[in-house]
Structures are given as C-alpha cells and as structure tokens.
Design a protein around this ligand. Structure first.
Ligand SMILES: Nc1ncnc2c1ncn2[C@@H]1O[C@H](COP(=O)(O)OP(=O)(O)OP(=O)(O)O)[C@@H](O)[C@H]1O
Length: 448
C-alpha cells in the first residue's frame, strides 16, 4: 500500500491491530485513494478482510487526512476563496459599463493603438484598487510591471493631486510595487518567480497585478519562422497566460494587462469562398471588436474573390444597411455574378448578386474599415476574461463643421480637429458588450 508515500507520519503504519489488514491491502493492490473513495463493503471485498476491520481503518485514515488538511488551511496565508469581486475604475459610467468595475480571479486586457490611453487607465486602476471596499475599491496594493521604461510616477502624482480626496483616504504611490523588465527572459522570471514570492509574502494584500504591456517583448522575440516554432511559441504563451490566471485565482486578485495591436490584412485570394460560421476568420471580427460593417465587408470581400483594387464593395458605416441587404440577397435568393473569373473554383450552390448598376459609383466614399487586431492571437485570447478596446479617432471641429473655418485666426492646425475616444467592451465573462465615449483629463480616463 502507498500509505507510507502519502502519509509518512501516519500512526496506522505501525499499529499492530492493522498489521494483517495492511498485508492484505498490499497483496490486493488497493491504495490510499481507494480507502478515501470506496465504501467499506467494496473495500472488504477487495482485500478479503472483515468489514468492521476495514471500516475502523478507513475512519482513522480519514481522520488523519482531515487533521492534515485542516492544519494546511490554518497555516495558509490566503483567506478562503470566495469568488470574484470587483473594484471601481474611478468613473461611475465606466463601472456601469463593466457591471461594477474590474473583476478579480481573471485577466482583463486593455488593447488599442498607441496613445489611446491604455497606460492612463492602468495607472488609474493602480490607485483606485487601494480605495476601501466602502469606497468601491479592494483596499489592496498593486504590482505594476512595465516593459517599456519606468512607471511614469510624475503622471501618477498629478492624478493623485487632481483627486484631493484620495490623499485623505490614504491612496499613495507607496502602495504600488513597480518593476521594469527589459527583455522576455526577464519578464518570464518576474512572472514565474519574483511575482509569486511577492504575492505569498504580501499575505493577500496585493489585489491588482498590472503588466504594461504583455505583448511588447513577446511580439519581438517570439517569431514564427516555422510550424515547429509556432507550436512552441503557442505553448510558451499558453503557459504564461495560465500562470497569470492561476495567480489571479489563488490570490483572489485582478490581473490587468495592456496589449498593443497588429494588422490583419484582407486575404487576397483570387478564389471566391464563403467562410463557415465555425471558421476562426469568420468569428475574428467579434473577438477583436470590429464594427459590424467591417465584419460584413470582409465576408463579402472573400465571397467576391479578394482583390485589393475591387471598388465594388464599400465598408463605411453609412453603407452598413446596404451591405446587410446584399448579404441577405446572397444568402436567400442569390444569382450568378457574371464576372466570375475563368478557371476559378467556386463551391457548388454558391451564387452572387451584382450590386445595382450605378449604385457603387454614386455611393463611393472614403473607405474606413478596421484591420487592427490585438497581438498574441487566439492562444492568448482564450485566457482573457474581459477584453476592453480603446479607440481614438479624429473629426472636424465644430467650427469646421459649421463652415466657419475662415474665422479661425490661430496657427495650430491640430486645434481644427476634435479627438473622439471610445471604450468598447469586446467580450466579458461578466457583462454584455457595450461602449462609451471617454476623454483623458488630468484626473485620468473619464466619461463626459
Ligand atoms: N495630463 C493629461 N491630460 C490630458 N491628456 C493626457 C495627459 N497625460 C497624457 N494624456 C494623453 O494620454 C495619451 C497617452 O496615453 P497613454 O500613454 O496611456 O497611451 P497608450 O495607449 O498607453 O500608448 P502606448 O501604446 O504608445 O503606450 C495621449 O493622447 C496624451 O495626450
């Protein structure tokens, strides 16, 4: 029996009362797990001993295990796990969008192009997590891991000074542990070794771990030059994400990471094909927060045989209804699209409708479709519980819109543009997708 391996300090090992039973157990190949899971009757049959003897042994063994387990619980520095909690982002409307705020026990990803405000939001969270539970925080400390230089302490200081109440509530930079990792090996060491030690020593005081950004070193150092390399990289990414998830769960904390974006160009295939709903490419748009018009555009593009010079399909928002209608036609009625290329292979039963003549040229507008996707692909996405997209676009200032440009007397053309910022919940375990406009102020990320 494997009792000595499982419970070397067990008194049962040298209890004479059970010496015959232990011998019988040894011969029958029954193990400790069997004693903890099977009934006395079943065990008695297996070891060919009396049911009373087996029952008594089983009781004592279970008692020893319970004692050992309870001891372990008492010695643990972590309080029993009571499920995910959330803390405020310091903005009421964003909290509402997120169904309360940022959740513990999982990974939240904030992705977007450069200067959309990812770091601003992360710094804001490093402060708001320190608020007491009554104030919407978790009364917790924060670990801030940077990959692109040091933590901007001056900006943090300015956020703090623009929120005078924070000082009275004891919110301070001293509750933020910061470390910079300058390459991937360093990042790996911090996540796998230093962070777990710090979390264990903090005895549950750390409630937020930030990585800004998770993909900075990975996208440079994990190049996929061959299939084998790509598999190894996937494995590496899986392990790193799993490690973060385990830490989030074991220490009841939130992991929030920034992620940068890469491009997903249109597939330029001369062969028309219709993606199946189960295809990754078909689902990609929803996984990365593209607008519906872009998703439809991409589907139509492949159905017409990808051609970058093909102006016959548009993707502007204004054309959303039109594209949708055309998709409906293709799916429901459909008839031959006369410009089918010679020699191209078309799946059976697939037909295309040509857009109404003259329509396209009349409607031709500046193309505006999404092609950015968060770095690290599906392998990483599978581990993210909440994905938040930050977007920034420009539109003409009200002065320009009103046709009053001639009244402008300044010399800075930047002031003729308005910055429009949108925060979008792409997907989340805790809340439905949604979006809200925000701005960056000296206090951080705020909604109007
Ligand atoms: N005190 C402030 N008041 C208003 N806006 C600010 C302030 N400080 C920074 N910003 C704005 O924040 C934006 C930069 O944000 P941030 O550094 O978070 O971007 P990011 O998304 O992390 O970019 P990157 O991926 O390049 O690191 C800039 O547009 C800048 O104008």
């Amino acid at each position: 029996m494997d009792l000595y391996d499982e419970l070397p300090e067990s008194k049962l090992l040298c209890d004479e009362e059970f010496s015959y039973l232990l011998e019988a157990v040894q011969q029958s190949g029954v193990c400790v797990v069997d004693f903890l899971t099977l009934t006395s009757k079943e065990l008695a049959r297996l070891v060919q001993r009396s049911i009373n003897e087996v029952f008594r042994f089983q009781q004592l063994l279970t008692h020893e295990y319970n004692e050992k387990y309870l001891d372990m619980c008492e010695n643990s520095s972590i309080s029993p796990d009571d499920g995910p909690k959330y803390f405020t982002t310091a903005d009421v409307a964003i909290d509402e969008l997120l169904s309360g705020g940022i959740f513990t026990h999982g990974i939240t990803e904030i992705f977007g192009e450069s200067s959309t405000g990812k770091s601003q939001l992360l710094m804001q969270l490093a402060l708001s997590v320190q608020l007491s539970e009554a104030e919407g925080g978790l009364a917790g400390k924060c670990v801030y891991i940077t990959t692109e230089g040091d933590l901007p302490t001056q900006r943090l200081e300015s956020m703090l000074s623009s929120r005078p109440a924070y000082e009275k509530l004891g919110i301070s930079q001293s509750n933020i542990f910061t470390v910079n990792c300058n390459d991937l090996i360093n990042q790996e060491h911090i996540i796998n070794v230093q962070l777990p030690i710090l979390l264990e020593r903090s005895r549950g005081a750390i409630k937020l771990v930030i990585v800004d950004s998770i993909s900075h070193h990975l996208r440079v150092e994990l190049q996929n030059k061959s299939f084998r390399e790509s598999q190894e990289n996937k494995n590496y990414l899986d392990k790193m994400a799993e490690k973060l998830q385990i830490l989030a769960h074991d220490y009841s904390l939130a992991v929030v990471v920034a992620n940068q974006v890469g491009d997903k160009p249109l597939v330029n295939s001369p062969v028309a094909h219709k993606a199946q709903v189960t295809d990754y490419d078909y689902q990609l748009g929803w996984l990365v927060g593209w607008r519906n018009s872009t998703i439809l555009y991409r589907q139509m593009y492949s159905m017409l045989g990808g051609n970058p010079n093909n102006d016959e399909i548009l993707s502007d928002d204004e054309d959303y209804m039109l594209i949708e209608k055309m998709m409906e036609n293709i799916n429901n009625r459909g008839y031959e699209f006369s410009t089918q290329r010679e020699g191209s292979v078309r799946p059976e039963n697939m037909t295309f409708e040509r857009p109404p003549s003259g329509f396209i040229n009349r409607q031709k507008k500046k193309r505006k479709f999404d092609y950015h996707v968060p770095n690290l692909g599906l392998t990483w996405s599978n581990h993210v519980s909440t994905r938040i997209l930050l977007q920034k676009s420009f539109k003409a200032s009200t002065m320009i819109q009103r046709g009053e440009a001639h009244l402008y007397r300044g010399d800075d053309s930047a002031s003729l543009w308005l910055v429009k910022r949108i925060m979008k919940i792409v997907y989340s375990t805790f809340v439905k997708p949604g979006q809200i406009a925000y701005q960056i102020t000296k206090r951080g990320i705020e909604t109007a």
